[in-house]
Design a protein around this ligand. Structure first.
Ligand code: KE4
Length: 421
């Protein structure tokens, strides 16, 4: 039984999980343990089948165990698993990424989004000779100390440690502004302009629930960075190769100085990276003075999975996934409205979000949504075999395996659960 496995896990792994959000802390209850997955479905140790909208937090887009990805990994494994030397697949994957995101003139592969963000922060500071970093409240860029910050009071405040173990010193150069608020960014540049190395943003915020950028917001950020000589860094770990073939920078016509990517680019294996202006990226070792390294960077199995995934994702695929997301968003809206539940369903291309409350535009308003009601919605769906994100601060991922039948099954379950909310 799952409970037995959770008990066993608790005896050897902190919280029983290797990443906190998996523990269901935000929604209550105990997590199930997955034994296998296929297409849009997960299967747990009790043989239950779930329609999966977490899709490994966005790392899976073709559906689980897609034949092209499985074959690519299996083939690569017969040739060894890691060499610690350059390989042709790393070059081919970097070129495939640049073909989709031309702003990434040079690319460095790493093993996680956190590692990519950490490198981007160090690189921005090394390339500009400046210390300050601007981040936006509610955006998540991984668990690097410099960005584990809580916003102070006020609109452009120096960060306070956002986790135990993060010292005041490591966040002393981090400025936090509300998302979707250009005036706050103006205040930050007015006070610290010449010392701001970079501004990091999730172009579509997906870690405070799904929050779209207001019209002109992203362009406003880019323009302010340009005016003050700071690097405009977009975190496309979720949106990259997810919301469009060229990511959010294609959707919103952006040319970032640096881009962080991950998840889809690794096809579900540990791969992430950063890329951008060659004159900035060339500051990275061994070419330049900004050190960065990784034993498994560009791992042959991960690059094989990433190449296989990207090769399936043509514009028609994104069109199909976007249509599924639209069908899901519309169905959820009707289901919740029919039951008279106050909820806001958001959709950006292939991403869908649900807030129990009025429209959300930043982290403060995301926090005012009814997360207790979201927890009840989550468990009601889970009981009916539908697995939504176990937190109202996450996002729902549609993929190629979510067809009309699976979406309609989900919407039917949502109607049933909405009536109980
Ligand atoms: P990783 O270090 O977890 O590979 O990536 C960090 C990261 C960076 N940037 C963005 C926009 C991200 O969303 C993430 C990680 N996303 C979370 C879920 N929203 C991963 C799930 C987890 O923490 O277990």
């Amino acid at each position: 039984m799952a409970g037995d496995w959770f008990e066993r896990a608790l005896g050897v792994i902190p919280g029983g999980v290797n990443s906190p959000v998996r523990a269901f802390g935000s929604v209550g209850g105990q997590p199930f343990f997955t034994t296998r997955a296929e297409g849009a479905h997960l299967y747990d140790t009790n043989g239950n089948r779930y329609l999966d909208y977490v899709q490994s937090w966005g790392a899976v887009i073709l559906g689980h165990a897609h034949p092209a990805v499985v074959e690519a990994i299996a083939q690569a494994a017969t040739r060894g698993t890691s060499y610690g030397t350059p390989t042709t697949a790393e070059v081919e994957l970097a070129e495939a990424i640049r073909e989709r995101m031309p702003a990434l003139e040079k690319i460095r592969l790493v093993s996680s989004g956190t590692e990519a963000a950490m490198t981007a922060v160090r690189l921005a500071r090394g390339a500009t000779g400046r210390a300050k970093i601007v981040k936006l409240a509610g955006c998540y860029h991984g668990h690097l100390d410099a960005l584990l910050v809580a916003a102070g009071s006020g609109v452009a405040t120096l960060g306070l440690p956002g986790s135990a173990g993060v010292t005041a010193g490591t966040v002393a150069d981090t400025i936090v502004c509300p998302y979707n608020d250009l005036d706050a960014v103006d205040a930050a540049f007015a006070e610290h302009g010449d010392d701001i190395a970079a501004l990091l943003v999730e172009p579509v915020a997906a870690n405070m629930g799904l929050v779209a950028p207001l019209p002109g917001y992203l362009q406003g950020l880019a323009e302010r960075c340009r005016r003050h000589g700071a690097l405009f860094v977009v975190d496309e770990v979720i949106t990259g190769f997810r919301v469009a073939r060229g990511g959010a920078q294609a959707l919103y016509d952006l040319r970032p100085d640096l881009t962080i990517f991950g998840k889809v680019a690794g096809g579900g294996l540990p791969l992430a990276g950063l890329g951008g202006r060659a004159d900035v990226m060339d500051h990275l070792a061994p070419l330049g003075p900004v050190y960065q390294a990784g034993t498994l960077s560009g791992n042959p199995l991960a690059t094989a999975a990433g190449l296989a995934t990207l090769s399936v994702l043509d514009d028609a695929a994104y069109g199909r996934i976007t249509q599924s997301a639209r069908r899901l968003a519309e169905g959820l809206s009707v289901a919740l409205e029919t039951s008279g539940v106050v909820a806001t369903v958001t959709q950006v291309a292939t991403l869908v979000g649900v807030f129990f409350g009025p429209a959300v535009h930043d982290y403060e308003s995301a926090k005012t949504a009814d997360h207790e009601r979201y927890a009840r919605f989550f468990h009601g769906l889970l009981e009916r075999g539908v697995y939504f994100a176990p937190s109202g601060y996450e996002t729902l991922f549609c993929g190629l395996a979510h067809d009309d039948t699976t979406i309609d099954e989900t919407v039917a379950a949502a109607f049933a659960v909405a009536a109980t909310l």
